[in-house]
Every structure is written in C-alpha cells, then in structure tokens.
Design a protein around this ligand. Structure first.
Ligand SMILES: *Cc1c(COP(=O)(O)O)cnc(C)c1O
Length: 394
C-alpha cells in the first residue's frame, strides 16, 4: 500500500461534521456577537457537565489557561511550582513568566508522568502549586498528588490536561481532579477547535470568579478593574466549532481507546516497549507514543513510506537553554532517558484498521532486535547524553 497518512486526521473529522460545523458557524455570523457570544456560555455549560466540574471558563488557549490559573491562585515572584520537565514548554513557561520558579521532579519511566513519590522531598516554604501534566492523554497519580498538597496546606494542584480532555481517573474526568484543571482546544488535541482555544475547570467559586475576571483584564464589572488580568477570551466562533465537534466526541473517545488498545496488542506481541496505562485510569491517546532505540533511522524509514511520526518531546525542559538555570543538582535522569526514545505514531478517531496495520508492520520491520525484547520499564543504567547537550545540568 502507498499514499501518505495523516499524523492527525482532521480532514476526515471535518468531512463527518461538515454540516454541523457549517450551521454552527453560520449562526454566529448571523447574530454577530463575535466576542463572548451565546456559544461561549453554551460551551462552558456543556463542558462543565461533561467533566462534572462546577465551573468551566473558556480561554484563548491552553497556554492562557495555565497562565490564568497561576494568576488566580496568586502566584508571586519567587514562589515555587513543582512540575515535570517532560512536557511541552508552556507548562513551565507560564510559571517563569509570572516570576515563579519551576521545580522539576522526574517522571515515572513507564507512564512518562510526574513521579508522585518524588514530590514531597521538593516541597519548601515557598511551594505554592504542583502542576502535573496528563501526558499523552493519561492522568498522573492525581489523588496522591492532591494528598501531598493537602498535607502541606495552601498548595494548589493545577492539572495541565491539554492532552487528556475526556480521560478518566478512578471514575472521575480529567480537568475535574484538582484545584484547577486546564485544557487546550488546539486543533490536534483530543477535542480541538479550528484555531486557538482552551478552558479551565474548578469547583471553587472564588477561583472561578478570579479566572473570569482575569480573562477580561481583571474586570469585575465593565471598566471596573479589580485586579490585573489579560485579554484571554476564547472567540465565539471557536466555541461554535467545539460545540459542533462535541456531537461525536464520545464516539471519538471510544475510537481513540480502541485504536490505542489495538496498537498495544499489535506491538506488545512483538515485544516493543510501550507506555504503561495504570488500571485505575484510561488514556485518550492525545499522542500514541512508543519507545524505540535508533529513533532517527526508524522515523526516516517510516517517513519514506508515507507514515509521519513525531517526537514528544526530544529534550526535557531542564536541558533547554531557557530553563536550564532552574534545574537542581539531580537532573531528572528518567526524563533525559525517555526523551531519546519516545516516538509518536499517527493517531486519530478516524484512523482505519488497514492504515493502522500499515503503521505497525512498517514499524516492526524497522525496529531492531533490542527493541523487541520486552522491558518491564526502561531503566536509566545506560543513560548517555551527548556531550554537546545545551544547558546540561551538572
Ligand atoms: C498543547 C499543550 C499546551 C498548550 O496549549 P495551547 O492551546 O497550544 O496553548 C500546554 N501543555 C501541554 C502539555 C500541551 O500539550
């Protein structure tokens, strides 16, 4: 078989929802309330009900959600926020932007999520928040993290759920597991719009009020600027797109789980090293990510066969020039190790069985014998980083 596969198949999704999306957009064009129109509130009500959270506040992007969440809890310059270095930069970036200090805690090598058992040792008198990331669509051990925060008092837990909207953890939904949950509607996320968008979720009335005010320049009433805020609203048109996409979102989630399970079955039999999914939660596969050695060669070979892959993420944040100064003496070796091996495969609700088979056979034909030996989890004993690594920690 030939032909190029999509890494994220937004075209088939649009084809399936063409009418609903067109109608929803037309309705906005007809009423003309482009800013904070009725679709904004409608979406917030639908998403609050979906997650079970008392409040949903839509915002301009996932990044903006993280920023507003940190502003709402009152993060001050010098405050510390515990987070993972194995994430998209926005997580730590918003901490630094507010003058805070990201304190990096290493991940579990088999889920790639923050290792809750390492958090407590990093708490100091300045710790103001913990920001776990639900990487690849699976939540971290949120109850354990909430318990640690509760033991120390006045520490907020902000879930970066940009990749996990729709995932569940012990029967509850991602975004409704901690003080504030933040998600993104970037087009390729599990629930996407056609531009930038995001949302925040909380059960706390005062925090919800703060988030709403910060979203519109700190206004508690028109031209009454009670606090410092940002211009962080989500466009009515983008809310309309998400509303249309909600019509088959449950179906898409089910498909993502099935496709993830099929990937697992096809690849586990061949002994490939795969992401672990904990029994008390599920994964919505924001990315379907495997571990391969000699990654660059495998990627090039797949690309030549029209199979796109991606790396989430090639370098943990504590090795990035902008963040190296924040890393402590222990340098998160598991993050460094898995960053050399992770490779994401095509994943969308519309990925057909034949195309998926094409991906797995092409992959299995490429990976070396070492990758085929089943590893319980990758260990760090053979961790070797290139000497030229920028910002390497000592
Ligand atoms: C996508 C993403 C973000 C940022 O979301 P945007 O909507 O692109 O601003 C933040 N954190 C993680 C983990 C992400 O994957």
């Amino acid at each position: 078989m030939t032909g190029k596969l999509e890494f994220t198949d937004l075209k088939s999704q649009y084809a399936a929802l063409r009418e609903q999306i067109g109608e929803r957009i037309q309705r906005v064009l007809d009423h003309g309330q482009y800013i904070m129109g009725p679709e904004v509130k409608e979406l917030e009500q639908r998403l609050a009900a979906f997650t079970g959270a008392k409040h949903c506040i839509t915002v301009a992007s996932g990044t903006e959600a993280l920023l507003i969440a940190l502003m709402a809890i009152g993060l001050k310059p010098g405050d510390e926020v515990i987070t993972t270095p194995f994430t998209f930069a926005a997580t730590a970036e918003m901490i630094v932007l507010l003058g805070g200090k990201p304190v990096f805690v290493d991940i579990e090598a088999d889920t790639c999520n923050i290792d809750a058992s390492l958090i407590e040792a990093k708490i100091t008198g300045r710790t103001r928040a913990i920001m776990p990331v639900s990487l690849y669509g699976q939540c971290a051990d949120m109850d354990e993290i909430n318990a640690i925060a509760a033991r120390h008092g006045n520490i907020a837990v902000i879930e970066d759920a940009a990749q996990s909207f729709g995932a569940s953890y012990k029967g509850r939904r991602s975004c409704h597991l901690s003080t504030i949950g933040c998600t993104s509607f970037f087009p390729s996320k599990p629930l996407g719009c056609y531009g930038d968008g995001g949302a925040m979720f909380t059960d706390d009335d005062a925090l919800a009020q703060a988030c709403r005010e910060i979203r519109v320049h700190g206004q508690s009433a028109r031209y009454t600027h009670t606090r410092i805020g940002v211009g962080g609203r989500m466009d009515t048109l983008q809310c309309a797109v998400v509303l249309a996409k909600l019509e088959r979102f449950e179906w898409e989630l089910q498909r993502r789980r099935e496709i993830g399970e099929r990937y697992h079955a096809l690849l586990a039999d061949a002994g490939l090293k795969l992401l672990a999914v904990r029994p008390d939660r599920d994964c919505v596969w924001g990315q379907y990510t495997v571990f391969v050695e000699h990654r660059a060669g495998v990627q090039a070979a797949l690309q030549a066969q029209g199979i796109p892959t991606a790396v989430h993420y090639p370098l943990p944040l504590h090795f990035q020039p902008a963040y190296a100064q924040y890393c402590g003496p222990d340098s998160c070796p598991r993050s460094a190790f898995v960053a050399q091996q992770v490779m994401s495969l095509p994943m969308s609700a519309d990925l057909g069985e034949a195309d998926q088979g094409r991906v797995t056979s092409a992959l299995l034909a490429q990976v070396g014998a070492r990758d085929r030996q089943a590893h319980a989890s990758p260990d760090c004993s053979n961790l070797v980083l290139p000497a030229s690594e920028p910002g390497r920690c000592s």
